[in-house]
Design a binder for this molecule. Structure first.
Ligand code: 6R9
Length: 653
């Protein structure tokens, strides 16, 4: 791999440690050995503080109390925008690649600053104060990113909700965080289709108890007068003053909440705070992606996910680079849209999801080869495991065998990349489909789920178990909003003294890590996390359904898809086909379109233990056709259901 496109040398990347360390290994060792010094020095040189911190780390993984730089003060928006104005006010901060590419826009740091100030003044004029929660139901783009940064400017806590979510999912998230204000949009456009968000906004605003006001950014005119019952965001921004002072925030003041699924219960609002999160975003995007201020960084995630927070908004802007917001679909108007975008803006780093890469690779190389992608240096993958075929396609076809491919493993909870092949010494090997290495200051522990203890690893040994981390890092989530108990139970109690990710992993002979998948009942559809319980709840709410079990099964493009096994209530006139389509509609409407099960089997019983726990493992084996591997079913309350389910599934194939 000697013909990789050159990136800046090691020492220029770490001004803090010049003359002290001259290799990746040496710096990693320092970051693990003198962790507080490492993060403290980086925090001082990379963030602009209104009051520099005297303390670095006051975290304790035993008690799940996470605190970084706690006596420091700063403003995140200032760090992402204002501080770049003296040196490059006229450089594009944000490129907004819209569905209709003729409407795409470049926004300079000066323009972004002005827009954010106006936006922040609108928030203030509508009663938002420091510490208030603001829900954002906007797609990725100028308004969405500016809404987040405007909140950060005045110390409000944003909670972005993906615009693919239903009114019910939206209002649950609004109320759970006691959001005062909702920022929304009437229409958006995806893949050439107009998506009407109006009804969702109306329903959510009616349902939500905590909301005081809804401000709507209008993409269309207000012919039907629907906007009259809301506040017109576009008009207010136009009229607002473009000067807005920053609010000084404590390092540990919350910056945002972001909801994600767990194995049980409703989605949880993970809380990220200001300085630690920002530092971790700044550092991971810089060193994993080799980001320079002159680069154009394209992370094609939506701001509704953590990837959009860290690698569309906060990380690239904290580095003063240009960030590209991709507000379209990879197949629109054809399968070359990503690559056309790369060529058009000379994108230097591209960061996407395996589900899209898998889809694109099937459609042929012509869509890639017809564009000049020579600007690309690093290509990233995130959200789910990337298979070797997709990795190789990225490397050879998209990257022309000259780019580093980084399979980045991380989570909403971790704030930024924890495991990735880069940073590493120039030319160090990168293995296909593997997250491989630990970021600076990150220390993996593979634990035994039986004993709850770490499995010792030595070079030359291969071990497998629960993926945990034994050192705190600045970007980790601090709590679950309103439910610290659940936070501790989920992440800190299972393996005392460590953060437990919920994933399983293998650590190989060289120390490289491969993710084996979730160890709990969370499934991952096209990179979107969903608890099986969330889908089950919706299906069970249908009048004809008495009980349901949902599992995830492998899917060639989406990674996983949901399959439901439902028991119907006994009714003479039941038309199963109708019920099936009603159930699909129900999930699409109440949860999200991407959550709809691929298949729904109507069964007469579910495999349960005597204590009533559904053995999803058995359903997974049956669905995969691995009947021989079902194992012992004699401990089930009623073993005969297994045969009946097999007949159903096999009969339907
Ligand atoms: C960033 C993000 C987190 C879960 C995580 C894991 C899966 C993410 C992965 C990966 C294998 C990768 N995951 N990246 N699995 N290889 N490179 O996706 O956050 O939405 O919270 O999902 O996604 O299972 O636990 P989030």
């Amino acid at each position: 791999m000697s013909d990789r496109r050159p990136s800046a040398g090691f020492s220029t990347k770490f001004e803090e440690f010049q003359g002290e360390v001259d290799s990746h290994e040496a710096l990693y060792k320092y970051s693990i050995g003198q962790t507080d010094e490492f993060w403290g020095r980086c925090a001082m040189s990379r963030l602009s503080w209104t009051q520099p911190p005297k303390t670095v780390n006051a975290s304790d993984l035993n008690s799940g109390e996470i605190k970084w730089f706690q006596d420091g003060k700063l403003n995140v928006c200032y760090n992402c925008v204002d501080r770049h104005l003296p040196s490059h006010a006229d450089k594009p901060a944000l490129i907004w690649e819209r569905d209709d590419s003729s409407k795409s826009r470049k926004v300079t740091y000066r323009e972004l600053h002005e827009y954010i100030c106006k936006f922040a003044n609108v928030l203030k004029a509508n009663g938002v104060q420091k510490g208030d929660r603001v829900a954002i139901y906007l797609p990725v783009g100028l308004q969405g990113a500016a809404a987040m940064l405007a909140c950060a400017r005045i110390g409000a806590v944003h909670s972005v909700i993906f615009t693919g979510f239903s009114a019910e999912a939206l209002s649950h998230r609004i109320d759970d965080a006691d959001c005062k204000l909702l920022l929304a949009q009437d229409y958006t456009s995806r893949g050439g289709k107009t998506i009407n968000l109006k009804q969702i906004v109306i329903d959510a605003a009616n349902k939500s108890k905590s909301l005081k006001k809804t401000l709507v950014y209008s993409e269309a005119d207000n012919q039907d007068g629907w906007l009259d019952s809301f506040t017109d965001l576009s008009k207010q921004i136009e009229d607002a003053s473009s000067e807005c002072p920053i609010v000084e925030m404590n390092a540990e003041d919350p910056l945002f909440l972001l909801y994600t699924s767990g194995s049980t219960g409703k989605p949880k609002g993970l809380v990220h705070t200001s300085a630690g999160y920002l530092l971790y975003a700044q550092m991971t995007v810089k060193h994993v992606f080799d980001l320079e201020p002159s680069d154009v960084f394209a992370c094609v995630a939506d701001i509704g996910w953590i990837t959009g927070h860290t690698y569309v908004v906060y990380g690239p802007l904290a580095n003063g680079a240009t960030t590209l917001c991709f507000d379209s679909h990879p197949l629109f108007p054809n399968a070359g849209r990503y690559w056309e975008t790369v060529a058009k803006y000379h994108v230097t780093q591209f960061y996407g999801a395996p589900t899209a890469y898998r889809m694109l690779l099937r459609l042929g190389n012509e869509f890639v080869k017809s564009h000049d992608l020579s600007s690309l240096r690093v290509i990233g993958s995130v959200g789910e495991p990337i298979n070797v075929a997709a990795w190789t396609w990225l490397h050879e076809i998209v990257g022309n065998s000259k780019c580093d491919i980084v399979d980045t493993w991380w989570q909403t909870e971790t704030g930024g990349n924890l495991l990735t092949p880069r940073p590493s010494n120039q030319g160090a090997e990168i293995k296909p489909g593997m997250a491989m290495r630990q970021f600076y200051g990150i220390e993996v522990a593979i634990c035994d789920p039986g004993t709850g203890k770490e499995i010792a690893w030595e070079a030359g040994q291969k071990i497998e178990g629960a993926l945990c981390f034994k050192k705190p890092w600045p970007g980790m989530a601090r709590t679950i909003y309103g439910n610290h108990k659940r936070f501790l139970e989920t992440y800190y109690n299972p393996y005392p003294g460590m953060y437990f990710s919920g994933d399983g992993a293998v650590r190989d002979e060289d120390g490289y890590v491969t993710i084996t998948g979730r160890m709990d009942d969370v499934i991952n559809i096209s990179g979107h996390r969903l608890g099986t319980a969330e889908i089950e709840d919706v299906l069970n709410s249908h009048l004809s359904v008495s009980e349901t079990a949902v599992i995830g099964i492998p899917h060639e493009i989406k990674g996983e898809s949901a399959v439901a096994f439902s028991i119907l209530k006994e009714k003479a006139d039941l038309n199963q086909e109708n019920v099936r389509s009603e159930l699909i509609q129900l999930v699409r409407g109440r949860l999200a379109k991407f959550a709809a099960p691929e298949k729904i089997y109507f069964v007469t019983g579910l495999p349960k233990t005597r204590s009533g726990k559904i053995m999803r493992r058995i359903l997974r084996k049956i669905s995969a056709g691995q009947i021989d591997e079902i194992g012992d079913v004699t401990t089930l309350a009623d073993p005969s259901v297994v045969q009946l389910i097999i007949q159903k599934v096999v009969g339907a194939k």
